[in-house]
Design a protein around this ligand. Structure first.
Ligand SMILES: [Mg+2]
Length: 376
């Protein structure tokens, strides 16, 4: 038994190397605010967790996550056996409904501790890796057609296996930009178009009516998160595969998306979905309904990415092209050793016990905005 002795909650603010231009709803993003937790056990083992709340994307915020962890979650889990992940979940659920991102940090840290106690990586604890490596999906920028085409070629040259193009501003200009990217990268390079809630149904239809000629592999979250009916109407109206991201915050929302026929693909983000256990439940539900899984990412650091990677390695219903496993490379620094798992456009399974990454405290310290410890 590994009793939880303390929970340290670390708030951070980390710049992106280059600001990221998203839909008209989000604008340009220059910083990310990962919340890191260290769960210490009474025999000195430490498990790491992270979440990456983003105002406007998630209903949770970085500040809110920290307060809920400090006041409502950490005090209730002190003394529990960290390796009994189900019991920790039951306790959190009893005291705190929703708040999946806050609870997800504890879930990750407990799986990390379970793996460290067992001496094996989490993907082995979950049944064993199905893959030797996974292809990475890149992301390009560019405002004009020329800039977008040049950025796409750069991503392709880096060795990434597919490209996410951000849309969700002017539907006609965005569609022209997508066509320019298609021209530049050639006919077979998978393109994922993400509108990040930027449009109403009419604008989304206008866009995809033109952009369909670029044969996109996926069209993600054109409408606001709560409009799952609208996402279903969009899916019925076009032949392009539709994915839900902001709409897919929980198991309950996954059930809604399935019942309404709103998605071909689920964008799983392990922090958004409440950690490893909740993600696994949603993935299995999707599998039973013929829905595949794009492992997507927030602007997140290596703990969340490692948790996501461990889950992807045991997922049979994978989206067939790249997945978002290069997030720390877009940030000022990787606060963990995660980036060493990336080689030539692919990411490789961690071999170290637990989530399989170490936290680099000296790097983390540069970005800390607040710290609190609950327990001894
Ligand atoms: Mg998305």
């Amino acid at each position: 038994m590994l009793r939880i002795a303390s929970v340290e909650i670390i708030e951070t603010k980390i710049p992106l190397k280059h600001p990221y231009r998203l839909s008209q709803r989000y604008g340009d993003v220059a910083f990310t605010h990962p919340t890191v937790v260290k769960v210490r056990t009474d025999d000195g083992l430490v498990g790491f967790g992270e979440t990456d709340a983003w105002v406007g994307f998630s209903s949770e915020t970085p500040e809110g996550v920290a307060v809920i962890l400090k006041n409502n979650i950490a005090p209730k889990i002190l003394g529990l056996d960290a390796t009994n992940v189900l019991k920790v979940h039951e306790t959190m659920e009893f005291f705190m409904r929703e708040n999946h991102m806050a609870k997800g940090t504890i879930d990750m840290a407990c799986y990390d501790l379970l793996g460290k106690a067992a001496g094996m990586p989490v993907h082995r604890l979950l049944g064993g890796a199905l893959y030797d490596s996974l292809p990475i999906m890149g992301a390009g920028g560019g405002e004009s057609c020329e800039e977008a085409a040049a950025a796409a070629l750069e991503v392709k040259a880096t060795g990434y296996h597919s490209l996410m193009v951000k849309v969700g501003r002017d539907p006609v200009h965005d569609a022209e930009r997508v066509l320019a990217v298609r021209d530049a990268v050639g006919p077979d390079y998978p393109l994922i178009l993400d509108a990040n809630q930027g449009w109403d149904l009419a604008s989304a239809k206008k866009f995809i009516g033109i952009a369909k000629d670029a044969h996109p592999a996926l069209f993600e979250q054109a409408l606001v998160a709560d409009d799952i009916e609208g996402m279903a109407a969009l899916r019925r109206s076009c032949d392009v595969r539709i994915s839900v991201d902001e709409s897919l915050t929980s198991f309950r929302r996954a059930q809604d998306a399935i019942r309404l026929g709103a998605a071909d693909t689920f964008s799983i983000k392990v922090c958004k979905n409440g950690g490893i256990r909740e993600s696994l439940r949603i993935i299995e539900l999707a599998r039973c309904h013929g829905i595949d899984i794009l492992f997507n990412s927030m602007l997140e650091e290596g703990i969340t990415q490692a948790a996501s990677l461990n889950v992807a390695l045991v997922t049979s219903n994978l989206f067939p092209w790249g997945h978002a496993y290069f997030s720390p490379l877009r940030l000022d620094a990787d606060i963990t050793t995660y980036s060493s798992l990336i080689r030539n456009g692919r990411v490789y399974p961690p071999t170290a016990p637990g989530l399989g990454v170490e936290l680099l405290d000296d790097v983390l310290d540069r970005y800390v905005t607040a710290r609190a410890v609950v327990g001894k």
